[in-house]
Design a protein around this ligand. Structure first.
Ligand SMILES: [Zn+2]
Length: 450
């Protein structure tokens, strides 16, 4: 389908009459039999069967060819001109048919034509070039087996880049590194990073464990499960590749199983009472699944509201981590979840929350907060978005490493950044700069310039 057509569809989907909470349609379209949330658990937790490595017959062999990252280093070493936006390496003839769940589903901005048009609405040539450089840094730090590690020093790097992370989840690192490629429209079928993405997806699928409760990719933490599910759903949505469908659906099934049946949230382990950060990733995964046209259970989605209610304060304007003690980063996550769960732009809690983020402004070092708050303000649009974006975008462009092996990456010295290190900071910074086209804004039709 033509990109222009897709945009038109997106506008149609998101243009419900003002005040009707158009976002609800995005994720709750199937919510016909709404459960009574005041009653007892909606999900009964069964024990996890000991997982078996999935002997995936459909998994074709890992591509033998290692992606060539030398052009990137010629640029970094000044032997070649920097990447120019406009001379986009994404060639439209490589795109074939963008099919599957993409139409009217929120991912339409990622096609090359749409990307270059939408990037002009808030992005700059410099921010788009920064995205491309960041992706090359990620590609250069992929391991031979297709995975990434938060300790990025293996392979070509040999410790040339500082700030390795300490977290050991390879599925979390791999999914977090893959997400920015998909966010810019690069899949395992299209664009210049095909091999990198294919190898990464291959690795994720090789780690998938089949259980009686769905496909377990958590490798010790539900963070990884949520991230991996997002990537699998997006890859399926963007390509229609049937060989990914089952594992994506199974990953969503495991998320549904792992929800705290009483409180509605998620934490590190299945069934635990939730926290806001882990819950945020699971809801984003369910949303990605819905955008991909996969089956997402409406009781699971609706129950997330109960968790958010338990950590909110100021009428839904602020959110805590495990309780109502509000923090900036969890407030941004909570507000984004509320937007996806259908709060209209006229909701007083949402309005007050956006005002709070607007007054607080981007953080100089907390990329977790910046990543979520940028999405909240992009969906919100208006003068608050413009104010936020001008600062956020220019800060990220200015702070990207420009020299040596670190060229293209980011690192901010924040207490929460140590675990994920340079890889985590780089992935979040790239996705923050992809905000213009990664997801279509939810309230596009319902805000008026003032
Ligand atoms: Zn390096």
């Amino acid at each position: 389908m033509h990109a222009g057509c897709l945009i038109l569809l997106a506008l149609t989907v998101f243009s419900a009459p003002p005040g009707t909470g158009s976002v609800g349609s995005l994720i709750l379209a199937a919510a016909v039999d709404q459960p009574d949330l005041a009653t007892e658990p909606l999900v009964s937790i069964a024990r996890v069967e000991p997982g078996l490595r999935k002997p995936d017959a459909q998994l074709s062999p890992l591509p033998a060819e290692i992606p060539d990252v030398s052009p990137f280093y010629e640029v970094a070493e000044g032997k070649k001109a920097p990447f120019e936006f406009g001379a986009s390496p994404l060639r439209s003839e490589e795109w074939g048919q963008p099919v599957g769940g993409m139409s009217g589903a929120g991912l339409e901005g990622r096609s090359p034509e749409a990307r270059s048009r939408l990037a002009g609405d808030g992005g700059t040539d410099a921010s788009e070039a920064a995205v491309e450089r960041g992706l090359w840094w990620l590609a250069a730090h992929q391991r031979k087996d297709g995975s990434w590690s938060f300790d990025h020093r293996e392979g070509l790097c040999r410790g040339l880049c500082r700030n390795p992370g300490s977290n050991t989840s390879s599925t979390a690192a791999t999914a977090l590194a893959l997400a920015p490629f998909l966010g810019a429209g690069y899949t395992h079928q299209n664009g210049q990073h095909r091999q990198t993405v294919e190898r990464g997806l291959y690795y994720l699928r090789s780690r998938a464990m089949v259980t009686s409760n769905g496909i377990d990719l958590q490798e010790g933490t539900m963070y990884a499960q949520g991230l991996a599910a997002i990537v699998l759903c997006e890859a399926y949505a963007m390509t229609g590749d049937e060989s990914i469908k089952d594992v994506a659906q199974g990953a969503l099934g495991f998320i549904e199983y792992a929800q705290d049946p009483k409180g509605g949230g998620w934490r590190y382990n299945p069934g635990q009472p939730g926290d806001t950060t882990v819950t945020g990733w699971q809801l984003m995964a369910l949303k990605s699944g819905q955008m991909a046209g996969l089956h997402v259970k409406s009781p699971t989605v609706l129950l997330v509201n109960r968790f958010l209610d338990s950590v909110e304060s100021e009428g839904g304007a602020r959110y805590g981590y495990l309780d109502r003690t509000a923090r900036l980063s969890t407030t941004a996550i909570g507000l984004l979840c509320r937007m996806y769960l259908g709060w209209p732009r006229s909701h007083p809690g949402l309005q007050e929350g956006v005002r709070y983020l607007d007054q607080s402004g981007p953080s100089p070092d907390d990329m977790y907060y910046n990543y979520y708050a940028t999405q909240v303000l992009h969906h919100w649009q208006g003068s608050e978005w413009k104010r936020w974006n001008d600062r956020m975008r220019d800060t990220l462009v200015a702070t990207q490493a420009g020299e040596g092996h670190e060229a293209g990456s980011w690192y901010f010295d924040h207490k929460h950044a140590k675990e994920g290190g340079r890889l985590y900071n780089t992935a979040l910074a790239i996705m923050t700069l992809e905000v213009y086209y990664r997801y279509m804004p939810l309230y596009r039709e319902s805000w008026q310039p003032h």
